[in-house]
Every structure is written in C-alpha cells, then in structure tokens.
Design a protein around this ligand. Structure first.
Ligand code: 13P
Length: 283
C-alpha cells in the first residue's frame, strides 16, 4: 500500500475501462484533501507536483509528501507533472517521485522522441515510470476570447511515439485545454477510440477540470486511464475560503479557514473520482 508507481495504480484500468484521478497538490492543504479523499473512497490516487512555481518550498514539500503518503492506507503514486527538462525530471526522481512526466509536446516529433527516450532510459534505470505527451494540450491564460489552441494527437504518430520512446503512459490531445474553459471544448472521442485501438499502454487526459459529466464518461469509456484535474478544484477551494472568511468574526484564528479548505478540496476530489469510475481497492 501507500507509495507505489504509476503502473501499479493504473494496473487493470485498460481492461476495466476506468480512469484514476491525478490531482496537482500545490500546497500541504490540497495534498491533505487528495489523500483524505482517496482514503474515504478506498481508491488509488495519483498525487502530482508540477514543474512550476507554487506557494511551497519544494525541498521541504517533497519530504513531507513522501512521509505523509507512507502513512496512507491506499496506493498513491507521487507523480511529477509537466517536467520541462531532463534535469527537472532527474531532480524529481531524487526527491522521491515514483513517476514523472516529460513534456516535449511543444517540440518537433523527432525532438520530442529524442528527449523522451533519454528521460525514459534514465528513469527506468531508477525504477521510475514515465508519461510522455504527443499532440499538445493548450493553456487558457485569461478568461476572454476563444479557448487556447490545442494540437490534436494523430493516432499513428502516437503509436510510433510509444514504440520509439518506451513510455509507460501517454498524454494525448483530444480537445481539452488547461485552465478555465471559455467555451465548451470540441472533444474528439472518435480520435481517442482510434488511439486506444492502436496503443496498449494507459492514456492520459490533461485539462480535465470543467468538462461536462457526459464528456468525462465518454473520455473514460473511449479509453482514458489517467485524468488530470486542478483548476476548477482549486477555484472551488478558494471560493469556499473567501465565503468562510466573510462569515467569521474579526480577529479570528486560521483553523476554520484551513478546515473549510481541506473539506472542500476533499469533496471536489471525491466527486472527480466518482466521475472517473475508479475501482476501489476492496474489489
Ligand atoms: P486543469 O488545471 O485544466 O484541470 O488541468 C490540469 C492538468 O492537466 C495538469 O497537468
């Protein structure tokens, strides 16, 4: 139990046609929400730490996570999200991640293959699993205008990428974007089904928060096995902190705010776990 690799948490997700939630922990409170939600639902979970600035000092955050996860009663994969370089991935492995993502999606196909292959060789030598990305999931930076442009994954490219790199999981682009949706995304589930028919490793969907229930169900039934979600969950937590603060008398202490933050984060994570159909560990 407790700290395990990506393959272990996704073990029978392809045959079982379900997905496991992957949630970014940007601080201790959200990490707590994720782990409490997984324990309450008795499901495996993927706790991610991103390769981007956070309100925590990573040198102290990782030892806390590794220790906290070791005392959790469900399988938890500690995953490095959107690794931007070989060096960043190597550091994440040294810090205790059991799985890493190398994100070469902005590179040419050849450059992405070369970088991902190099990271896979290094990570596998350390017994750590690797997620790569082919196609590109855009990022909404503001609330105005259209959704950011995502480059849909070509199924044949995806199959070739897996064969050339040896990745353990593959992020593919089927219409989602990171951040808050400005308009409903143009999801391409036929493309996903075609990718699934060509590839026998777990498929990953980024930009998972804010989709409709129907989109989530279609993503899972057509072959997604790991679904990343962060933005909408974080917004729900921030809203609840603001509401709770407004209702508190002046000169109050922080306890009620932190409790509200953890509880809201936990409920959000549990709702997503339910949407993804994640199998319980008691099955
Ligand atoms: P959202 O923040 O859009 O939910 O995406 C999360 C994600 O894909 C992290 O890799």
């Amino acid at each position: 139990m407790s700290l395990v690799g990506l393959k272990e948490v996704l073990r029978d997700s392809i045959e079982g046609r379900y997905a496991v939630g992957a949630f970014d922990a940007t601080d201790h409170l959200f990490a707590e929400s994720i782990l409490l939600a997984a324990e309450e639902t008795r499901t495996p979970v993927i706790l991610m730490v991103g390769d981007f600035p956070a309100p925590v000092d990573y040198d102290n955050f990782y030892p806390y996570l590794v220790d906290r996860i070791s005392r959790t009663h469900v399988p938890v994969c500690l995953h490095f999200d959107h690794g931007a370089s070989f060096e960043a991935c190597a550091l994440a492995i040294r810090r205790g991640c059991t799985s890493i993502m190398i994100d070469g999606s902005a590179l040419s196909f050849e450059e992405n293959v070369a970088l991902t292959k190099k990271v896979v060789e290094m990570a596998h030598a350390c017994n750590v699993e690797v997620e790569g990305e082919i196609g590109s999931v855009g990022r909404n930076e503001s609330l105005e205008g259209e959704n950011a442009v995502s480059l849909y994954t070509e199924p044949e490219d995806a199959a070739e990428f897996v064969a050339l790199t040896g990745v353990d999981a593959l992020a593919v682009s089927i219409g989602t974007v990171h951040g808050v949706y400005k308009k409903a995304p143009k999801m391409d589930f036929e493309r996903l089904a075609r990718i699934r028919s060509l590839i026998d490793i777990p498929l990953v969907m980024h930009g998972g928060s804010g989709l409709s229930v129907e989109d989530f169900h279609a993503a899972v039934s057509n072959g997604m096995n790991k679904i990343n979600a962060f933005t909408n969950l974080s917004i729900a937590v921030a809203d609840r902190i603001a509401e709770t603060a407004k209702a508190l008398p002046p000169k109050t202490i922080t306890g009620p705010l932190y409790e509200a933050a953890i509880e809201t984060g936990k409920q959000q994570v549990m709702e997503h776990i339910k949407l993804f159909g994640t199998k319980t560990i008691d099955r």
